[in-house]
Design a protein. Structure first.
Length: 293
């Protein structure tokens, strides 16, 4: 039974993730007064890339790509999609955060192994940006875990039956959403990619099947990050309700990204350590004194 649940979670991440990425490209195009590609273009791109034979930069490059994709797939398996939980009792915030780091480290190792300086710059920017958004994000999560006295994602969803954390802890939810924009690499936090500056950074040496695998890794990463936000701050819900909330959060993030310019990497870190981090500590203080709506 667990195998079927894991398969359902992964297939949901694959089909829903690629579909919403295609819709996001369409939304951005319309905001910019373009027509844009069809919503199913990402499916075509992934299957076409996976069908081609690529150029390898050595075993470190190959292993890094597989480690990145495998780490994210493992992470997604432990994330509840509403009431669809593949591993009940193991869907813990700390487990998810720990496994998610495996994918990020695999990505860094593989792309640096390509030997391209643009890839190294992109990885350095990505890790620096991670240091920026992870701190306020973890502080806001710590406040929630302290308030409910549990780190189980399923328990956190069930405890929001009367009111979502979005309304109970609005400041923490705002901090988590701003951090989410950085996790997704959405503008103004798309500094690690920056196509006009470093030729897409970590992905500069990717082609054919390697590009296809990293496109899947990116899709699953997005699904993990938004799913955590929906579960922890919007109460999860049934499978269909979860997907509806997921879609709304994804579209809002896309619309915001479509009208903002890019930050420089030092601006990203300064911003996260000033505004969101200060607000995260403020929310934690309110939780400590019992001031929760």
């Amino acid at each position: 039974m667990t195998i079927f649940k894991v398969a359902a979670v992964l297939l949901t991440g694959f089909f829903v993730g690629l579909t919403l990425e295609g819709i996001a490209r369409k939304i951005i195009a319309r905001v910019q007064r373009r027509y844009g590609p069809p919503w199913y273009q990402n499916f075509i791109d992934v299957f076409k890339a996976l069908s081609k034979h690529g150029f390898s930069h050595g075993w470190i490059f190959d292993f890094g790509v597989l480690m990145a994709l495998g780490g994210v797939i493992a992470t997604l398996s432990f994330v509840p999609l509403g009431n669809l939980v593949a591993f009940p009792g193991l869907d813990n915030v700390f487990v998810v955060l720990y496994l998610f780091a495996v994918g990020a480290l695999g990505m860094a190792m593989g792309m640096v192994g390509s030997g391209n300086p643009n890839a190294s710059i992109g990885v350095a920017r990505a890790l620096t940006q991670m240091l920026g958004y992870e701190v306020p994000y973890l502080v806001s999560l710590a406040a929630i875990i302290f308030y409910y006295k549990t780190s189980s994602i399923s328990n956190l969803m069930n405890l929001q039956a009367d009111s979502w954390n979005l309304f109970k802890m609005p400041i923490g939810a705002a901090v988590a959403f701003i951090s989410l924009m950085g996790m997704l690499g959405k503008k103004p936090f798309d500094t690690p990619i920056a196509p006009a500056e470093i030729a897409s950074g970590p992905m500069v040496e990717l082609s054919s099947k390697y590009m296809g695998l990293l496109m899947l890794m990116h899709t699953f990463s997005i699904f993990v990050e938004i799913s955590l936000f929906v579960d922890i701050f919007l109460g999860g819900g049934s499978y269909l309700v979860f997907l509806l909330k997921f879609t709304v959060v994804w579209i809002i993030a896309t619309l915001i990204s479509a009208v903002l310019p890019r930050f420089r990497i030092e601006q990203v870190v300064k911003f996260y350590w000033r505004v969101p981090l200060g607000l995260a500590f403020l929310q934690a203080f309110f939780v400590l004194i019992g001031w929760v709506f």
